[in-house]
Every structure is written in structure tokens, then in C-alpha cells.
Design a protein around this ligand. Structure first.
Ligand code: CMP
Length: 137
């Protein structure tokens, strides 16, 4: 069993597709082990995406991520990291395979509906960023 972090980003929350996105996970054997809807601060977004701090899109990414509430979740299942990334589709929705979350709900590479951890090691760090041990069950 693996755990991974998923974020439903402000664009998808505003569109009212939280339930539709969660259904993709639950229908594909990814259990919601923890979930909360929160408003990120600028510091939260800067720290969470610190790995991208030197990239040209960093400022826009931070502004976008604090533009409204997000839903953060711990997904649990076999090969959860890879499974979640497969369900999300490519970062750029224009390149995302048909039937993926980003193909169906995302508008642009910035407003791309969801985030998912890209490795097991990053998943552990990202989960610890948002959740205490007692919140995950
Ligand atoms: P995410 O998986 O949340 O990780 C970093 C985010 O930066 C990414 O999704 C995109 O929404 C955003 N982003 C904007 N431009 C780029 C880019 N050129 N390459 C990668 N990510 C980008």
C-alpha cells in the first residue's frame, strides 16, 4: 500500500467539480485516507512549491494557488503515486490523455485542476506538510 498527496486546485473548486474528481479516485481503488478544504496562505504556497522557486512560472503558480480554497487529500492504494498521476493526466491539459482529470476539468497549464505527488519520497514530505499522523486513517 502507498499513500500520495492530492490537491484539488482553486479552479476545480470554483467549477464545483470536487465530487466528480473524488469519484475518479474512489472508482479507481484510491481510498481517501484524509481530506480537508483549506485556504493556503502565500507562505504555505511558497513553501509547498519551493522546489520550483527558480522557475519563471513560480510567482504565477503561488498567486494561483492562493486565489481560492483548495481541497487537500491523502490517497491510499496500491501504487497510489503512479495511479494518481495516471488518473490526473499530463501537467498541460492540452497534452493530457482523453478521460483523465486534467483533460476533462482543466483549462491551462496554470489552472490544471489537480496536483499529485511525483514520487513516494515527495509524497511523504507533502503529506506531512498538510496532515498530522492523527488526521490520517
Ligand atoms: P503541479 O503538478 O501542481 O506542479 C507545479 C505546477 O506549476 C504545475 O502543476 C503547473 O500547474 C504549474 N506550471 C506552470 N507552468 C509550468 C511549466 N512550464 N512546467 C511545469 N509546471 C508548470
Amino acid at each position: 500500500m502507498e499513500q500520495t498527496l492530492s490537491i484539488i486546485k482553486p479552479d476545480a473548486v470554483k467549477k464545483g467539480v470536487i465530487g466528480k474528481i473524488i469519484d475518479r479516485f474512489e472508482s479507481n481503488n484510491l481510498r481517501i485516507a484524509a481530506i480537508k478544504k483549506i485556504q493556503l496562505t502565500q507562505c504555505d504556497a511558497q513553501s509547498f512549491y519551493a522546489i520550483h522557486k527558480d522557475r519563471p512560472f513560480f510567482k504565477d503558480l503561488v498567486e494561483f494557488m492562493i486565489s481560492g480554497p483548495v481541497v487537500v487529500m491523502v490517497l491510499e492504494g496500491q501504487n497510489a503515486v503512479a495511479k494518481n498521476r495516471e488518473l490526473m493526466g499530463a501537467t498541460n491539459p492540452k497534452e493530457a490523455a482523453t478521460g483523465t482529470i486534467r483533460a476533462d476539468f482543466a483549462d491551462s497549464i496554470d489552472a490544471n485542476a489537480v496536483h499529485g505527488s511525483d514520487s513516494l519520497e515527495n509524497a511523504k514530505n507533502e503529506i506531512a506538510f498538510f496532515f498530522g499522523t492523527r488526521e490520517i486513517c
